[in-house]
Design a protein around this ligand. Structure first.
Ligand code: 13P
Length: 287
């Protein structure tokens, strides 16, 4: 199946009360693991790529080609979205679209509301002309965001009236309102703003996105999904699963040198981590 945009995928998820997992690409093995697991679980899936991984993985064209070739090679039939995560500029969004990405996030959340709206509108106009979907963010999500760090205390909750203005003035397809979630590991007990989440969804009627899906409790996911969260981003849990297997194997078998002997089992660990989230989000069998 060719890559699709997230628009219809997330609208179906809101209607049927489940969430699609956005799992971030880190390397070849992550890409294989996520695609294989989505197919095995018959789940729609979003592949997220954040900007620091563009040079790390050989550029946007290489990444898009790799994803398309793996879909072919593994005979993937479930819907797959290739999504730019936390795009920071108009230029990077356009380059991703040009390379074949079917969805982009423009993250102008650190600008003023007026500037956020202007940049998001500009990206959305181009993206929609090409059938590509757009996610935008309001407020600030705490923790490590790609290569920068936002202290949890400095994270800002999205304001409902601003969310409504952003959605109405831009025509975006999904909204990520910062409501207390954190990228990376949580320091204390996560406290998500569920009341505001309901309010924002009711007033915008848009699928909501929950960033920082690692380290949340099962009940947090259930509550978020019941309040219109249709996309949940996960990376740290998969990275931790991968790295702990590599660490264990290299400690137990210091003489091995063929990367397949530690990256193969690490890929299996990523698969199981992704599978657990797909099932938890109620997304299995929804393709
Ligand atoms: P975690 O790394 O905390 O799972 O967050 C991922 C994310 O939100 C990517 O945008």
């Amino acid at each position: 199946m060719p890559l699709v945009s997230m628009t219809a995928m997330l609208r179906k998820a809101v209607k049927e009360q489940y969430a699609v997992g956005q799992f971030n690409l880190n390397n070849l093995e992550f890409t294989q693991a996520i695609l294989q697991t989505a197919q095995e679980e018959q789940a729609p899936v979003m592949l997220g790529l954040s900007e620091p991984y563009i040079p790390y993985m050989g550029g946007l064209n290489c990444i898009a080609a790799m994803v398309k070739e793996l879909i072919d090679y593994y005979e993937v039939t479930v819907p797959v979205v290739l999504h730019l995560d936390h795009g920071t500029s108009f230029e990077v969004c356009v380059k991703a679209i040009h390379a074949g990405f079917t969805s982009v996030m423009i993250d102008a959340s650190h600008y003023s509301l007026a500037d956020n709206m202007a940049l998001t509108r500009k990206v959305t106009e181009v993206a929609h002309a090409l059938g590509v979907s757009v996610e935008a963010e309001l407020g600030r999500i705490g923790g490590r965001e790609d290569d920068t760090y936002v202290d949890e205390a400095e994270a800002m909750y999205a304001v409902t009236s601003e969310c409504v203005m952003l959605v109405q003035s831009t025509g975006i397809d999904a909204l990520a309102p910062a409501l207390g979630s954190v990228h990376g590991n949580y320091k204390g007990t996560p406290r998500l703003g569920f009341e505001r989440m309901s309010e924002i969804q009711k007033l915008t009627q848009l699928p909501l996105v929950l960033h920082g899906g690692s380290g949340l409790r099962d009940e947090d996911f259930q509550k978020a999904i019941a309040r219109g969260t249709a996309k949940i981003n996960v990376n740290t849990d998969n990275q931790a699963a991968c790295t702990s297997v590599v660490r264990r194997i290299l400690t137990e078998q210091p003489d091995i040198y063929d990367p397949r002997h530690y990256l193969g089992p690490a890929r299996e660990a990523v698969k199981e981590s992704v599978r657990a989230k797909i099932r938890l989000f109620g997304c299995a069998g929804k393709a």
